[in-house]
Every structure is written in structure tokens, then in C-alpha cells.
Design a binder for this molecule. Structure first.
Ligand SMILES: Cc1cc2nc3c(=O)[nH]c(=O)nc-3n(C[C@H](O)[C@H](O)[C@H](O)COP(=O)(O)OP(=O)(O)OC[C@H]3O[C@@H](n4cnc5c(N)ncnc54)[C@H](O)[C@@H]3O)c2cc1C
Length: 467
């Protein structure tokens, strides 16, 4: 059966049936075309707002599959979308009329405990990575939800509970294997291209398909962590307390705060501490935080690192529509906190939330020139995440998110590239890097992907223009 590709740029045209057959034979993984029963499920991503129809989805089981898929796309004139864990809030893992290189079968994680190194396939999730590394009592900074891909998260920077101890996920990236737009397999890092490794440390999926990530590991766990739940009426005091504690926090303490609605329908403010160090020290550091209020519920406990890494999973199911906006913040003065509290009082959906993550510690100690990731001295990261169960709520939720995002502009300094969503414009990508790093990334892009084959990402065009 002939397969037709429809894309906004090129209109409709048939795909070469022989070439499709040859790719299907070449791949160890499966090739899903629109006539295939699994196609509709495979084109879904975490953000249920995203409903795109790629030309085909190539499940890649090894590097050779990725080389074959990219070669096919080049010969057929198809753009390429790359899927790791499918968590991009903007839905970049799928695109209309593109070939999706789906790396989910490449999820193997090998650990060398002696060298404290992990070698992970480009489609592994943090759940898999943490399970493999924790089997040896080791870990590296990774995302707080176990189903997020190591790929997108690391390539954009990588915030997590261990970042104040060990830097961002990308700071722990020692080397990588990359399939480039012209089908070469290149090594980034020691023995390979050092500039490419610099670009992969925060520059996103712009330079090719990363088929292997090598991470440095650290001894981690058990940790002291969990959630302290306060009623939303106390949000003004809790947020001020949060700010004051984070100003003095040791690097071993990570502390996030979220305003959200509990599963029982009660508006709450939750402090989320994770202490990575000797438990007795953690008990001492967390004692005043646990005593404050006191909270309605104290779920802080000594737990395996893998448990802390999945404790929020249930709150982030796949498939709900999501509108997500974000700013890095210079600080959280009383006026900024009052703005957030007032907006939370007008929240349009019980599934929406406001999250503040405290950075600092090792994130700020790492040399700014060592990575494309830039905003190392931002103190906090703000995420305004709207989700809704009923399509009739969409407009109100989106407007609420935009209003709070606008109101927080005076406190903002750039943005985290991985927290850009469907509503963000290309100039926001430049804001993530600053002009100098943006131009350096554009030069690297021009070297590795001059035709911008990899453009379904937080895109840095080879020209360096923001469009
Ligand atoms: C529920 C949830 C929790 C999150 N928690 C965190 C968090 O704790 N910390 C944090 O920093 N961020 C977090 N994020 C943001 C997250 O970092 C980004 O959404 C990231 O893009 C997810 O990566 P992914 O591989 O799952 O996404 P995908 O949607 O699969 O990929 C996104 C983009 O990344 C690129 N990409 C992915 N893998 C590869 C690869 N192997 N080679 C080349 N390019 C690749 C591609 O450009 C792709 O379009 C979270 C997001 C969600 C939805």
C-alpha cells in the first residue's frame, strides 16, 4: 500500500514504497507507518495537547538502526524528529510529516562501578538509569519523574534533587556517541569532538541523535526526603520560610516547593526536601523545616534514592493536555511571592500547579564555559503548569498561565530550555543561552547539521537567526 506524507511545508506526496520496504528490512526495531495498528499509540506523547501525524515511526534498537533511519529520511527529503522519553512539553518528539527516530528500545544501562561510570542507551528513562546505577549504590543528577527520558533532559541541562551536590545532569556527561545528519557516527568528548560535547551539555537535540550517553556517577543513598504538606491559606508564610531556608541551605539539601491541589481536592502548598548526605546530618538540617507550621502531613522519611526519584510519578500521568510556561528567577522577594499566591487563588483547574525549584550549590560552582547551559547563577526556576480534564477549561487555563507568567516577568532572568512549551516562541531559545553561547551553538549546528534536518527541538538554526 502506498504511504502518503503530508506536512505543512511540502503538502502531500507518496513515500517511495521500495525505500520503505528496504528500511523495514534493515531495522532491527519496528517501522510503524500510518497503516499500522500500533501507529496511533506510538505517535502519542506525554502532552495530550500534541496530536501530530508523522510519516513513519522507526523504533531503533541499535546505532545501526538510527544510521539507517536518518539515511532513509535524508534520501526521502523527510525532516527527522527524535523521541527519547516523549516528555517534551512542546511535544518535539513527534512532528507532522517527519520520520520519528524513536529510541525507546535503546534503553540498556551498563555500569562500571570501579570507574564510577554509566553507559546508557539514548532512549533510557531515569527510572531505568537509577535502578541500574543504584544497584551499585551510585547515581548521578537526573529528573524527578522516573518516566522522563535521560536524552532530552540531559541535552537541555538536567535539574534534579542531586544538582546542588553534583551539578546538572549535563555536567556529569563525560562522553557521547552521536549519529549526525549525514549519517556519520561520531564521538563527543575525550578522544572525540570536545566542542560537540560542550554543545550536548545543554544545547538540546540540535546536533544529531545521541545513541549513547556516558555519565559520571557518585555514591548516593539512602536519602532523607519526602513531602511536607501545608494548607494553601498558609502559602504566604510557607513561601517566605522556603525562601529564607534556601538562602542558607547546605549543598546537600535540595528544596522545592509546589502550590497544587491534593488528590482529595484541597489546595495545598508542599515543601519537598531531599537531603543527600549522612542521615544524622539530614535529620538535623531538616528538623526546623519539619517543625515549621507544623505541616498537615509530614511524609519525610529515610528512603532509597530510587523511591525519592519516583515519589511524584503518580501526579504526572501521560496524556493530559498541558500548557507549561517558565522563567528562571533572580530571587523571590515578597512581591514575587505575593504575585504567585494571588494567582494560585484564581487557579482554573485542580490539575494545575506552580513549582519553584532552588538551584545554586554545585550548579553555580561549575565553570560557566564548560557547557552550553548558561544560567548558572539563577537562584530559582519557576514552572507554571496548567492541565485540565475537560476541553472546555482549556482557554481559561491557558489564560491563567499566561497572566501569571507575564506578572512574573519583572523577576525573571532567561529560561530553562527544557521548560519551554507549546506557547513559547523561537526568541525564548536565545533567551535560554544568551547571545554569545547562542552564536557558538549556531556555529556548531552549521558544522553538524547545515540543512537543519534536526529542527523539531528547541531549535538553533545554523544561521543563528531566531526567525
Ligand atoms: C513529567 C515531567 C517531569 C519533568 N521533570 C524534569 C526534571 O526533574 N528536571 C528537568 O531538568 N526537566 C524535567 N522535565 C523537562 C524535561 O527535561 C524535558 O521535557 C525533556 O525534553 C524530556 O526529555 P525526553 O527524552 O523525555 O523528551 P522527548 O520529548 O522524547 O525529547 C525531547 C527532545 O529532546 C531531544 N532528544 C531526546 N533524546 C534525544 C537523543 N537521544 N538524541 C538527540 N536528541 C534527543 C529531541 O530534540 C527531542 O525532540 C520534565 C518534564 C516532564 C513532562
Amino acid at each position: 500500500m502506498a504511504i502518503t506524507v503530508s506536512s505543512p511545508g511540502t503538502g502531500s506526496r507518496p513515500l517511495d514504497t521500495e525505500a520503505v520496504r528496504a528500511l523495514r528490512t534493515a531495522l532491527r526495531g519496528e517501522l510503524l507507518t500510518p497503516d499500522h495498528a500500533g501507529y496511533d499509540g506510538a505517535r502519542r506523547v506525554w502532552n495530550g495537547m500534541v496530536d501530530r501525524r508523522p510519516a513513519a515511526i522507526a523504533h531503533c534498537a541499535e546505532t545501526a538502526d538510527v544510521v539507517a533511519a536518518v539515511g532513509f529520511a535524508r534520501a526521502q527529503g523527510l525532516p527527522v524528529a527524535v523521541r527519547g522519553g516523549g516528555h517534551s512539553a512542546a511535544g518535539h518528539a513527534v512532528a507532522d510529516g517527519a520520520l520519528v527516530v524513536d529510541l525507546s528500545p535503546m534503553n540498556d544501562v551498563q555500569v562500571d562501578p570501579g570507574a564510577r561510570l554509566a553507559r546508557a542507551g539514548g532512549g533510557a528513562t531515569w527510572g531505568r538509569f537509577d535502578a541500574a546505577t543504584q544497584a551499585h549504590g551510585l547515581a548521578t543528577t537526573g529528573g524527578a519523574i522516573s518516566t522522563t527520558g535521560i536524552g532530552g533532559l540531559t541535552l537541555g541541562g538536567g535539574l534534579g534533587y542531586l544538582m546542588r551536590s553534583y551539578g546538572l545532569a549535563c555536567d556529569n556527561l563525560a562522553a557521547a556517541e552521536v549519529v549526525t545528519a549525514d549519517g556519520r557516527v561520531v564521538e563527543a568528548g575525550e578522544g572525540g569532538d570536545a566542542e560537540l560535547l560542550w554543545g550536548l551539555r545543554g544545547g538540546g537535540g540540535n546536533f544529531g541523535v545521541v545513541t549513547r550517553f556516558d555519565f559520571r556517577l557518585h555514591p548516593v543513598g539512602p536519602v532523607l526526603g519526602g513531602m511536607l504538606v501545608h494548607p494553601a491559606e498558609r502559602a504566604p508564610e510557607v513561601l517566605r520560610f522556603y525562601r529564607d531556608v534556601t538562602q542558607l541551605a547546605p549543598d546537600a539539601l535540595s528544596l522545592f516547593v509546589a502550590l497544587l491541589t491534593s488528590p482529595e481536592g484541597m489546595p495545598i502548598v508542599a515543601l519537598i526536601p531531599v537531603y543527600n548526605g549522612p542521615i544524622e546530618d539530614g535529620e538535623r538540617v531538616l528538623a526546623p523545616i519539619r517543625a515549621f507550621g507544623p505541616p498537615l502531613a509530614d511524609q519525610v522519611a529515610v528512603m532509597p534514592y530510587t523511591a525519592v526519584q519516583s515519589m511524584l510519578d503518580a501526579g504526572f500521568p501521560s496524556g493530559l493536555p498541558v500548557y507549561w510556561r517558565s522563567h528562571f528567577l533572580n530571587g523571590i522577594g515578597d512581591d514575587a511571592l505575593d504575585t504567585i499566591v494571588a494567582a494560585f487563588g484564581r487557579i482554573g483547574s485542580p490539575l494545575s500547579a506552580v513549582l519553584i525549584e532552588h538551584l545554586g550549590g554545585a550548579v553555580g560552582h561549575v565553570d560557566r564555559d564548560s557547557s552550553a547551559f548558561d544560567h548558572r547563577d539563577a537562584e530559582y526556576n519557576l514552572a507554571i503548569i496548567s492541565r485540565w480534564p475537560d476541553p472546555a477549561m482549556a482557554d481559561g487555563c491557558i489564560a491563567w498561565t499566561r497572566d501569571l507568567w507575564d506578572a512574573m516577568q519583572p523577576h525573571a532572568r532567561g529560561v530553562y530550555v527544557n521548560y519551554l512549551g507549546v506557547g513559547d516562541t523561537p526568541d525564548r531559545v536565545r533567551a535560554a543561552y544568551g547571545d554569545a553561547k547562542y552564536q557558538r551553538l549556531a556555529a556548531l549546528k552549521a558544522r553538524y547539521d547545515p540543512a537543519n534536518v534536526f529542527r523539531f527541538n528547541q531549535n538553533i538554526p545554523p544561521s543563528g537567526d531566531t526567525g
